[in-house]
Design a binder for this molecule. Sequence first.
Ligand SMILES: CC(C)(COP(=O)(O)OP(=O)(O)OC[C@H]1O[C@@H](n2cnc3c(N)ncnc32)[C@H](O)[C@@H]1OP(=O)(O)O)[C@@H](O)C(=O)NCCC(=O)NCCS
Length: 173
Amino acid sequence: MKQIETKRLILRPITEDDAQDFFELDANPNVHIYLGNNPVKTIDQSKAAIANILEQYKTNGIGRLAIIDKATNTFLGWSGLKFEQNLRKAFDYYDLGYRLKEQHWGKGYATEAAIASLDYGFKDLKLKEICAAADIGNIASNVILKKVGLKPSGQFTYEGDVCNWYIIQNPYY
Ligand SMILES: CC(C)(COP(=O)(O)OP(=O)(O)OC[C@H]1O[C@@H](n2cnc3c(N)ncnc32)[C@H](O)[C@@H]1OP(=O)(O)O)[C@@H](O)C(=O)NCCC(=O)NCCS
């Protein structure tokens, strides 16, 4: 797993040592408003989430990366690409995603991480296309996906919530 660097951020592989930061991120109900409203209650849930990501690194050679603020060495959240096999019932795809601790919202970090993730996916991994999904009410996420170049490509329903579906093709193909 490669480390990615941007102007303000390092995107590095997630490790078991990130459990406390994952717990702080995912225990916040505001973070989970558009993610099914089911924040975690115990650190064991966060450890299990990390174990799942480490398994994806091994099986798929890809997975979400921790976002670290270069200036302070602080864990801000995660972003990156995931080989998504569960969200759409009919097909698998490479998903762009991000999740930040609430105190770090509104500073352009998710946009910066998303641009770097697309660049990595298209130039290094040579993926043909990258997709993303966002709840129709999740304004920030829908703004970001359009801003970084993904094209709105319809809607679908996931566990009762209507989501916008986005696709971007590899421009270097
Ligand atoms: C979604 C999330 C990652 C965004 O992170 P962020 O670092 O605050 O996002 P950015 O600052 O890069 O960009 C947010 C954009 O949305 C815009 N935005 C946010 N709320 C908005 C609103 N209510 N109306 C209009 N625009 C809004 C911002 O202005 C910004 O656009 P701009 O840079 O063109 O001004 C963050 O809110 C989060 O972690 N949410 C919880 C988890 C989540 O929902 N993940 C996405 C699942 S699809």
